[in-house]
Design a protein around this ligand. Structure first.
Ligand code: NAD
Ligand code: UGA
Length: 439
């Protein structure tokens, strides 16, 4: 079995490496020459735990290779996966499908013999039909099926998510394509992963419905957190009390600064637009998009409040910039709203992130970049934790206190306990829990 992966980004590279680990011969194609050059040289262009070893061992075993030459890679493949980006289209929020359609046309020109073309990119319902049209029009002689196989992995735990998924969704009604997909995912059958075969349009919609539901769940607990603050309750206990109900589940009930990342923000918006187009609006998701955007913008206000109502002329230490830990991805990260808002309010921002600094430097101006958490806090009037990297969970609080001008911490991820912070002498503000004064 030979697989070609078009797009060697977060999803293409991880999926390609994991399929090669299953024993499949995989060629990853990317139009970004620099990315391919680095990959060929054994360098991983993104930060994803475990990916470097997985890529290295499968390259060594001769099952994983990288190229910019799409034609040859497609001609040799039994299945070609489209794993290119589908960002928000500027101006209207629809998914920008130009990369998917361009890839489809390129694939069509190179097809040789029956091939399954699999859309792994997150695409609106009906995109598979258009991909099939493009291929038929470009190559009326081509023998192919187009399958939807949405990906549910998370950045930071991508390999585990791919190797041991909750489920695999495969959208096709072609028996021939189904056999190819079954063969590819055979290792997951062996560990009894549910494999859900559906019609193609249904598979496409499952992906948006799942991401949007999770975004709604997070937004729900975020609003409950705001209520907890006013009502004197503790959102973490509320989340625990809710999550123990098997019908609700405890996952994705962590209150925070609002969801970010390369997927929830763009996918919720795209679902809203698709639903409008079909005349079946998803009001709940539309509302969530607005609430989450406003929440991210409002987070700087919490820091300003913690600093006594103004940060003018003050120095704020920011720990964590990526949209979540264990990734270098800065796409739609809450920090991109919070840092500029603090600067606009007159603060000087010092910041550190374990893996996201290279990306952050391109996106944030006027920040003093630091080498670690303690250097960041040195001389600052307050520290704000935006991303819950493990190394921020067990800071030496004595040392932190001695470095800070004032012992003020705003913890937007609730990684500390209010009682511990009070004992350590901090004025501590978190999400959905009463603030604590230094004792
Ligand atoms: P990405 O931007 O990291 O990678 C996309 C890659 O595709 C880039 O390297 C780009 O150069 C390449 N590319 C674009 N057009 C090409 C072409 N015609 N030929 C060859 N290469 C081409 O994107 P990503 O984060 O991997 O996301 C890809 C898709 O997967 C999106 O639809 C996304 O919504 C979906 N998805 C992402 C995640 C995630 O965690 N990032 C998870 C599930 C699904
Ligand atoms: C998300 C989904 O979890 C994946 O299943 C999906 O494949 C992926 O989007 C996608 O379609 O690309 P990811 O964006 O990598 O994965 O990260 P998540 O762990 O889902 O976190 C997204 C955002 O929500 C982060 O900003 C995170 O901090 C926030 N979040 C998550 C919360 O604020 N609270 C929670 O309880 C969980």
């Amino acid at each position: 079995m030979r697989v070609t992966m078009i797009g060697a980004g977060y999803v293409g590279l991880v999926s390609g490496a994991c399929f090669s680990e299953f024993g499949v011969h995989v060629t990853c194609v990317d139009m970004d020459e620099d990315k391919i050059k680095r990959l060929k040289g054994g360098e991983i262009p993104i930060f994803e735990p475990g990916l470097d070893q997985l890529v290295a061992s499968n390259m060594e075993a001769g099952r994983l290779s990288f190229t910019t030459a799409l034609d040859t890679a497609v001609a040799e493949a039994d299945a070609v996966f489209i794993a290119v980006g589908t960002p928000s289209r500027r101006g209207d929020g629809h998914a920008d499908l130009s990369y998917v359609y361009a890839a489809a046309a390129e694939i069509a020109r190179a097809l040789d013999g029956y091939t399954v073309i699999v859309t792994k990119s997150t695409v609106p319902v009906g995109t598979g039909d258009e991909v099939a049209n493009i291929i038929s029009k470009t190559r009326p002689d081509a023998e192919f099926d187009v399958v939807s196989n949405p990906e549910f992995l998370r950045e930071g735990s991508a390999i585990g998510d791919f190797m041991r998924p909750d489920r695999v969704v495969i959208g096709t009604t072609s028996e021939r394509a189904r056999e190819v997909m079954q063969a590819l995912y055979r290792p997951l059958y062996l560990i009894e992963t549910p494999i859900l075969f559906t019609e193609r349009r249904t598979a496409e919609l499952i992906k948006y419905a799942a991401n949007s539901f999770l975004a709604v769940k997070i937004t729900f607990i975020n609003e409950i957190a705001d209520l907890c603050e006013k009502a004197g309750a503790d959102v973490q206990d509320v989340a625990r009390g809710m999550g123990l109900d098997g019908r609700i589940g405890s996952k994705f009930l962590h209150a925070g600064p609002g969801y970010g990342g390369s997927c929830f923000p763009k996918d919720t918006l795209a679902l809203v637009r698709t639903a409008e187009q079909y005349g079946a609006p998803v009001h709940i998701v539309d509302t969530v998009v607005g609430i989450n955007d406003a929440r991210k913008r409002a987070m700087a206000g919490r820091v300003i409040e913690a600093c006594g109502g103004s940060v003018k002329g003050k120095s704020v230490a920011v720990l964590g910039l990526t949209f979540k830990p264990n990734t270098d991805d800065m796409r739609d990260a809450p920090s991109l709203d919070i840092v500029p808002a603090l600067q606009a309010a007159g603060a000087a921002v010092r910041a550190f992130d374990p893996e996201g600094m290279d990306e952050a430097r391109k996106l944030l101006d006027g920040v003093e970049w630091c080498d670690d958490a303690y250097q960041t806090m040195d001389g600052a009037d307050a520290v704000v934790i935006i991303t819950e990297w493990n190394q921020f969970r067990l800071l030496d609080l004595e040392r932190a206190k001695s470095l800070l001008k004032r012992p003020v911490m705003v913890d937007l991820r609730n990684i500390y306990k209010a009682e511990d912070m009070a004992l350590a002498g901090f004025r501590y503000y978190s999400i959905g829990r009463p603030p604590s004064e230094e004792s």
